[in-house]
Each structure stands twice: as structure tokens, then as C-alpha cells.
Ligand binder design. Structure first.
Ligand code: FEO
Length: 392
């Protein structure tokens, strides 16, 4: 793809990865992704902001074929999808210097074996003059690694945010014009990597909002020419108040746990509670992560295999524990054959969640009427808790 200007002498380059379907060998990418680099040409110096995944190095280097000089490579983040082509750029531009936070410098040496002598660590708020353009570096730790920063182009009010505000979305649209589509992709991205750091992200949003921002140029997905769209979305996602939503990830091997889920969902529906139900045997875990962003309650549906919970359920519980959603309540329902430790093992797996555990319902074999009555009571308890919390 050709370089495209987003501001005078500021061009989006990089690579659109239309076909990638998995990130970190974990995260589904139903809509691909992009690795955005930005070329900022000042009257005296030129800077490249972020590079691309090593798999797309050739694409980046082709785009740089006509660039006679690069003086600085700004590395906002050390993860390889942005830093992985720094080595190629340094090989071509022998006088180029990498600019990043001190923590990022160490990581670039550790992960990419970049020569430390070619990396300059910058302090929070430090500026770099390119002639008629000035870059300001703003530390934004934990979005989503400890070393992350963003770069602000003062003269054009462009915020280069790297992962922060990004979306895994392959598109040739320069700007986020289809906001509904971008919102879904950005929420998926937030849920999968940013959600554990909600508190820190709040401070980082305040920090970047101290700047006048005309464009947010992330390193995944399209550029935001209406920054309020994504900033307001982030503020909603990081807020401490969940919604009147129950998420039910479950597995059912022979229909017993499924019958329990059906009954619970029916009764929650009578209480006008929104339910997101996920059969983990076929679920896109990104969809589950998105649902967890807003959920007030998580009910895990787990049949027992031997004496423990079904391994797929344990995997989802472990994932939810790592993502640390804001949910306030949790419970477990499920069927077992002769004996079970499912409850204890699931409780241990979600130990990082700050949730009140509501009375679980475990049925021996196919649920009896007494079990269904307990499920109705669980739905009533959830409704009472949500109502008491004033959730809408
Ligand atoms: Fe897009 Fe944290 O890398």
C-alpha cells in the first residue's frame, strides 16, 4: 500500500495483515489486523514512529525505498508486532537512533538484541525537534506492557498511541469512518489486553487529554479523526460500574448442564437482565472477552469430568481471571456424575476476581425439579443484587 498523508508531511505506512487469524497464539483475529508505522518529515530531521511485525518487514522496507534518510525510530512499545522490524530499519539507515523509554530500551535489547548504543532513552515529557515539527514523548505505562509511551506531534496535534486505543482490524480505510465496526474491534482489543489495567489506563487517558488532540493515530487499525469517539468508549469500558448483564460461559457434554443454563437464562430473562451465553466448545473467546467488559455477574456452567471441572471451562475461568473484568458477582452451576470438586477448583481459578460468590447449584446427573427451583432462586438473587446496585 502507498504512503498516505494524515497531516502535512505525516504519512501512514506499514502493513495491513488481512489474513492473520491469531495473535500471541491465543487471541482470535476475525477481521485481521494492521501494523501501522508513521513517517514524520520535519524540515531538518525525519522520524519513523513504530515499525511492523517481522512477518511484514519486507512491506515496510519497500515503502521506505524512496526515503533517503531516517534519523529517529520512535519505539512506543517493545512488543514485536511494532518493534520487530527495527533491526531492518537500523541496517538500512546507519545513523538512525531508536528513541524510547528506559524500560523499553532494556526490552529491545532483551527481545530483539538491538545494539544498546543505537538506542536513546527519553524522559517523560521530553521533546525531540525535527525542525518545523516537534515530537513530545508521554509515558503511558501498562497499556499494556510496563514500558509503553505515546508520542504527540505538537504542530499537528496528532497522538501516536501504538496499542492504546487501537483495534485489530484489517482495512484500507484511512480513518475510522465506520465507527460501529471499529468500536467492536477496538472493544475486543481492549478486552483482550487492556482490561487488566483499567486503573492505570484511567490515569493515562487523563494524561493524554491534557493535550489538544486532532487525530489519534494508533499502530493497529484505522486513524481516529474524531478522537472523542474512542476516548469516550474507553472511559465507558474502564468505568467501575458494570451493566445489568450476566455472562454465562459453559460446557455441556450430555445436556444436563445445558438444561440448567437454559432454566437460569429463562428466569434471568423474566427479570429483564441481559444475558450473554457462550458454549465454550464453539466460542470465539474474543466475543466472550467483549461481553466480560460490561458484565455485573459471571455464572460459569461446568460439568464435572472425573472429579474436576471440564478442562475447557477451567481454561475460560483462567482467562477471565487474567483479564480481571469489573464483575461484582459470580456463581457456578453444573452437573456431576458421582462426585465433584468443580466448585473448589473454579473458585481457585478465579481468585483474582473481586466478586461475591452467589449460592452455586450443582446437580447429580440430570437436574431434578429441586435443582431447577434452586436455579430460579439464583436468578432471583442475581436480580436482587443488580437492583440493589442500581444497575441498568
Ligand atoms: Fe500491538 Fe502490545 O502490541
Amino acid at each position: 500500500m502507498q504512503a498516505r498523508e494524515i497531516a502535512p508531511k505525516v504519512a501512514l505506512i506499514g502493513a495491513v495483515d488481512w489474513d492473520r487469524r491469531l495473535f500471541d497464539s491465543l487471541i482470535p483475529l476475525p477481521d485481521g489486523t494492521s501494523y501501522n508505522s508513521y513517517l514524520v518529515r520535519g524540515s531538518q530531521k525525519t522520524a519513523l514512529i513504530d515499525t511492523v511485525d517481522p512477518a511484514k518487514s519486507d512491506t515496510l522496507m519497500e515503502q521506505l525505498a524512496e526515503a533517503p534518510a531516517i534519523d529517529y525510530i520512535v519505539a512506543n512499545h517493545a512488543e514485536q508486532d511494532h518493534s520487530g522490524s527495527i533491526g531492518c530499519v537500523l541496517d538500512k539507515y546507519k545513523n538512525a537512533v531508536v528513541v524510547c523509554t528506559p524500560k523499553c530500551k532494556d526490552m529491545l535489547v532483551d527481545h530483539l538484541r538491538i545494539d544498546a548504543d543505537r538506542i536513546r532513552a527519553v524522559s517523560d515529557g521530553e521533546t525531540l525537534a525535527l525542525g518545523d515539527k516537534t515530537l513530545e514523548f508521554v509515558y503511558t505505562p501498562w497499556v499494556h506492557w510496563p514500558e509503553t509511551m505515546v508520542t504527540y506531534l505538537r504542530e499537528d496535534n496528532v497522538l501516536f498511541s501504538c496499542d492504546f486505543f487501537g483495534s485489530h482490524l484489517a482495512t484500507n480505510e484511512l480513518f475510522a469512518t465506520d465507527e460501529e465496526r471499529v468500536a467492536e474491534a477496538a472493544k475486543r482489543y481492549y478486552a483482550e489486553i487492556m482490561m487488566p489495567f483499567r486503573t492505570t489506563i484511567k490515569k493515562n487517558i487523563e494524561k493524554v487529554q491534557a493535550h489538544s488532540i486532532a487525530l489519534i493515530a494508533p499502530s493497529h487499525g484505522p486513524v481516529y479523526n474524531r478522537p472523542a469517539f474512542i476516548i469516550d468508549a474507553y472511559k465507558e469500558w474502564i468505568s467501575d460500574t458494570p451493566k445489568n448483564v450476566v455472562v454465562i460461559p459453559y460446557i455441556s457434554m450430555h445436556g444436563s448442564t445445558r438444561a440448567m443454563v437454559d432454566r437460569l437464562v429463562a428466569h434471568l430473562t423474566m427479570h429483564n437482565i441481559v444475558v450473554h451465553q457462550f458454549d465454550l466448545a464453539v466460542t470465539d473467546i474474543g466475543k466472550l472477552a467483549i461481553a466480560l467488559v460490561d458484565a455485573a455477574t459471571i455464572v460459569i456452567g461446568a460439568p464435572t469430568v472425573h472429579v474436576g471441572p471440564h478442562p475447557t471451562v477451567l481454561y475460560a475461568a483462567t482467562l477471565a481471571n487474567a483479564l480481571r473484568p469489573k464483575a461484582a458477582f459470580a456463581s457456578v452451576i453444573g452437573s456431576y456424575g458421582w462426585s465433584t470438586k468443580a466448585l473448589e477448583q473454579i473458585a481457585a481459578a478465579i481468585s483474582h476476581l473481586k466478586v461475591e460468590i452467589l449460592e452455586p447449584v450443582l446437580a447429580k446427573g440430570y437436574p431434578r425439579e429441586t435443582d431447577f427451583v434452586k436455579l430460579d432462586a439464583l436468578a432471583d438473587a442475581i436480580a436482587q443484587k443488580h437492583s440493589a446496585a442500581g444497575l441498568k
